[in-house]
Design a protein. Structure first.
Lengths: 468, 543
């Protein structure tokens, strides 16, 4: 393979990389010009389809295929939503793109709107990224002035308006229908599917929701061609006609116990070990990695021996992870207690669960209760089986929940307990030597330590009813 | 015709009907458990209790392909070739799982919760739940919150969001909302904007658990002591179908009965809470005769003979037929008067009207007319008198002096006649007043007869949409009260006990308007107009 040249992060080290001037000087908006002036929207869709570009937001769904779900001949308006909510724990690469190369993101947005015939695009930026908001808005303003947006993009009859919508600190707004509900000004409860957003989405019109990094890739596919894109990454498995492959560059974030945490643009397929050792400077303090979360917390954990797995859309499933996810890795070293990772993970998902459907709302809460009891020295071996079952009920049996947040909550539990069971059992036996083998439910009335547990949700011991 | 396979049944879905899997299963007699789906509300699909396995059967090859995922039955259409499996192990485990999750944080309130006995959480636990609890036990009781017309036991809520959707879609008032996120979610209202609309009581029916409670009914009665009887609300001319829940002849609550033609699943608060008057101690207690200004109790056994004698010799008779009477009673009263005096004046009692018809976004309408049977009584009057004499007109006729004796039927819940109007009856030699409560008129009556309340009567009403609905009596009247129909039956010298059905049979033969009532009546009543317009039978004249 020839030496890989970054394209997504090519500009970020330039001075004032976020300005239109610098972007254009580096060849920016060339792709948009090419598309608007010489191509039909359908041709752009075909290019993206042929490239087998897969969504970078976590699900890895083929982007071109998603675009074809839009109904033909619909009177519209069709909407494009850019998912810049980036709340997956460990993920920060979209932030870097928006802060240092917002025009690339914008060009990708406009190109994709052109392809999907969208009338308006909404960029949903998480509230916690104020600098991104500022820079993206600046880029949008510059683009309007330069004729890349507005009633007539580059003098053509393609018109597009782009609006930024700020979130308000909810992970569930990264779910595509949660995002749509949020833009509509409503509580971000993801919608039941069907109907799918391509048919009935934002304001009940056909809508496509794409990730920031995905759209940035569209620029380079149009600019450099499908063959170039497919020369990077991992080809489709010839024995599996349904495998779209893992083509293209990927922004890999690395954080945690490494010497050089950061964002590294590499072809898909690089191994986790190479990413950590050769790019991120290796595990810090001369320690070894204990557990590595490959692509955002939802993907679960890998162990050290599994680090030779390729970071692409298909290999990670073979080591029990949910998938590539966002490709943003978190590394913990050998001194880190896995119970803490489990606790942190379950607390996060319980806090972020939208609360609509029973298995997720109650399952995530129950998991936290159990883990907190284990940490308080009242755990039982049976708890690990119970936690496994809770994780199974949240999406591992498919169809039990409305959205994939529950899957995200389930995988860390499942992988941690399966791969680190010995450590967790040891912890339980050591911290609860008397009661670790008990199988009956714990009764608060009899358990002294139980009464002082931190209380979650609405449970309160002996809360008297306050009639008013 | 679409064929759907559910478990071992194959059922046909009629053309044009768009059913989801829950409704299709109901056709096959299979109940799929659910908390959040309701036929009158939008689909939420959030409780996940209705998860089933679905697949398709190829029309040509007959091969069945099941989907690997469980799907919510509430959001899955049942189309031709759909295969539904509700009893597989996967489905059973999913149901047990959802049930277990809901019980983890549910307060231990059954002994003090009104919903016990009609609670979906309880019912599904027994049918589908696990035998043993695995979650830690932290017994606690629910907080209570005043959100307006109803009371909320916050921690019992299972977040089905039925109440929120009702306020949004049916009453259109959107007072209820969900606050917080995830397991901290609660139902609440914006401070200063409580749940306060005329349909608010319906959220209590909708709530599958004991979270939303009726302030009236709270702690009044255990539901397993209540006998549930079908009835019809007599609060207005909409004529909602209801259930009367009574124990030992005392009404404890009214609930709407499903009737897709009239009220669907709803009832307004006036109707829902319109039963205290039935047990009001002020009700007229027994027949009385007034002579020389003194009221004397009369024996019921002696009364019919006395009345017949007095009425025969009284001269010109008149009857004020209340729109609260059933059609059978109205018919018998008119028939009696005309038998005694072929030129008897028959008039419609006052029709209480308050404001305008009020239609809610979900389609439910509260009528401005606050009586159940003006339509029916009018048609009966037309049959006997070829016109309808209104109450005002009748008062004019009283002035003329020809009428010597009047039988006034009341049955109104509120004060319906004032002193001045009552004074217009002063010329009469004989005044019979049959009413629920004492009034300026009953105080002038020669014979003061107690009337029955709506729940005590057998009979039918015709609502403003020309729908005739029948209901049997639900509770016995208090001692000393005899139902109007029974008294009129005896006065007419008819054999045996009062039989409302027999009266309706006679009416259906005598009057074209009531023709459609000749056959057995469905529980949802019958539209009298439809048969008339269709020209069923001979000599049918359009209403």
């Amino acid at each position: 393979m020839s030496a890989f040249e970054p394209v997504l992060t090519a500009n970020i080290h330039k001075d004032n990389s976020h300005t239109l001037k610098v972007y254009e000087a580096g060849g920016g908006y060339r792709a948009l010009r090419k598309a608007v002036k010489t191509m039909a929207p359908k041709e752009v869709v075909d290019m993206v389809r042929a490239s087998n570009l897969r969504g970078r937001g976590g699900a890895g769904f083929p982007t071109g295929l998603k675009w074809t779900f839009l109904p033909e001949g619909h009177p519209g308006p069709i909407y494009l939503c850019v998912n810049a909510d980036e709340s997956e724990p460990g993920t920060f690469v979209n932030r870097i793109q928006m802060e240092f190369d917002p025009h690339q993101v914008l060009e990708g947005t406009i190109l994709s709107a052109f392809a999907t015939r969208a009338a308006a695009a909404y960029i949903y930026i998480r509230y916690e990224y104020p600098q991104c908001h500022k820079r993206m808005q600046q880029a949008i303003d510059e683009a309007y002035e330069a004729g890349y947006l507005g009633k007539s993009v580059l003098g053509s009859d393609f018109r597009l308006d782009v609006t930024i919508h700020r979130g308000a600190a909810a992970y569930v707004c990264g779910e595509e229908t949660g995002l749509i509900e949020s833009i509509e000004g409503k509580r971000a409860w993801p919608r039941i599917k069907p109907p799918f957003p391509a048919v009935e989405g934002l304001f009940r019109k056909p809508t496509v929701v794409n990730n920031v990094e995905t759209l940035a890739n569209v620029v380079h596919i149009v600019d450099r061609g499908v063959d170039w894109f497919k020369s990077i990454g991992v080809p489709a498995d010839p024995n599996n006609p349904r495998d779209p492959g893992s083509y293209g560059p990927k922004l890999f974030g690395v954080s945690g116990h490494v010497n050089r945490p950061g964002c590294y643009e590499l072809p898909l397929g690089v191994s986790a070990r190479e990413l950590i050792d050769e790019h991120a400077g290796g595990v810090w303090k001369d320690r070894k990695a204990k557990a590595v979360i490959p692509g955002g917390l939802s993907t679960g954990v890998m162990t050290e021996p599994e680090l030779d797995t390729a970071m692409d859309f298909s290999a990670l499933q073979s080591v029990g992870c949910l998938g590539l996810g966002t490709g943003c890795m978190m590394v913990v070293d050998e001194t880190y207690p896995m119970i803490e990772l489990l606790h942190n993970s379950c607390r996060f998902f319980s806090h972020e669960s939208c609360g609509q459907c029973t298995p997720c709302r109650e399952g995530t809460h129950w998991a936290v209760e159990i883990i907190e009891r284990i940490k308080a020295g009242r755990g039982r071996l049976k708890d690990l089986d119970l936690l496994m079952e809770i994780s199974q009920s949240m999406g591992i049996i498919p169809g039990t929940t409305i959205c994939g947040l529950a899957d995200g909550a389930a995988w860390p539990i499942k992988t941690t307990i399966v791969k680190f069971r010995d450590e967790l059992e040891e912890l339980i036996k050591q911290t609860n030597p008397v009661g670790y083998a008990v199988t009956d439910p714990v009764d608060a009335l009899e358990d002294e330590a139980h009464r002082n547990w931190p209380v979650l949700g609405t449970t309160r011991p002996y809360a008297a009813s306050t009639a008013n | 015709m679409s064929t759907v396979i559910i478990d071992e049944h194959e059922i046909e879905i009629p053309e044009g009907k768009r059913l989801n899997v829950i409704e299709a299963a109901q056709l096959a007699g299979i109940e799929i458990p659910r908390y959040c789906w309701h036929p009158g509300l939008s689909v939420a699909g959030s409780c996940r209790m209705c998860l089933v396995e679905v697949g398709t059967r190829d029309a040509k090859t007959g091969q069945i392909n099941m989907m690997p995922k469980l799907v919510p039955a509430c959001n899955t259409p049942a189309t031709d070739g759909t295969v539904i499996v509700t009893q597989s192990e996967k489905v059973q485990r999913a149901r047990a799982m959802v049930e277990e999750r809901l019980l983890v944080r549910h307060p231990i309130d059954c002994p003090i919760c009104d919903k016990a006995g009609e609670c979906l959480l309880q019912d599904y636990h027994f049918q589908y739940g696990e035998k043993e609890r695995r979650a830690d036990l932290r017994p606690f009781t629910s907080r209570r919150r005043d959100i307006g017309d109803v009371t909320l036991f916050v921690d019992r809520c299972v977040m089905c969001s039925r109440c929120v959707r009702f306020a949004r879609e049916i009453s259109g008032t959107s007072e209820l909302m969900v606050i917080n996120r995830g397991s901290h979610e609660e139902i609440d209202v914006v401070p200063g904007y409580p749940l306060s609309n005329k349909l608010s009581g319906n959220v209590v029916d909708l709530c599958p658990v004991g979270a939303l409670g009726d302030k009236d009914f709270l702690y009044q009665q255990r539901v397993w002591f209540l006998a549930r009887r079908p009835g019809i609300c007599t609060g207005c001319a909409t004529g909602c179908s209801i259930w009367i829940d009574e124990n030992q002849d005392r009404i404890y609550r009214l609930k709407p009965r499903e009737n897709l033609h009239v009220n669907k699943w709803w009832i307004c608060n006036d109707g829902r809470y319109g039963y205290p008057h039935v047990h009001d101690p002020r009700r007229l207690a027994g027949p009385k005769r007034r002579e020389g200004g003194r009221a004397v109790d009369v024996d019921w056994s002696a009364l019919p003979g006395e009345l017949t004698e007095k009425l025969r010799g009284a001269g010109r008779l008149a009857a004020v037929v209340s729109p609260h009477l059933t059609v059978e009673e109205a018919y018998l009263l008119c028939k009696l008067m005309r038998e005694l005096d072929p030129k008897a004046v028959l008039a419609l009692g006052p029709v209480p009207t308050v404001g305008q018809h009020e239609t809610f976004p979900g389609g439910f309408t509260i009528s401005a007319e606050k009586c159940p049977n003006r339509r029916g009584v009018e048609e009966i009057l037309k049959h006997f008198t070829n016109g309808v004499t209104g109450f005002e007109q009748f008062l004019g006729q009283l002035e003329e002096g020809e009428i010597r004796c009047a039988w006034v039927s009341g049955g109104y819940r509120n004060d319906w006649i004032d002193e001045d109007t009552a004074a217009k009856f002063h010329r009469l030699d004989l005044l019979v007043v049959q009413d629920l409560f004492p009034s300026p008129l009953s105080e002038r009556a020669t014979y003061e007869l107690p009337a029955a309340a709506f729940a005590e009567r057998d009979g039918s009403y015709v609502n403003r949409g020309d729908r005739l609905q029948s209901a049997p009596w639900a509770i016995r009247p208090p001692a000393g009260v005899r139902v109007e129909g029974s008294l009129l039956w005896e006065l007419l010298d008819l054999e045996g006990l009062y039989d409302a059905r027999a009266v309706l049979d006679e009416m259906s033969l005598e009057m074209a308007y009531f023709q459609a009532a000749a056959d057995d009546l469905p529980e949802v009543g019958i539209d009298l107009k439809v048969n008339l317009l269709a020209g069923a039978g001979s000599g049918a004249e359009s209403a």
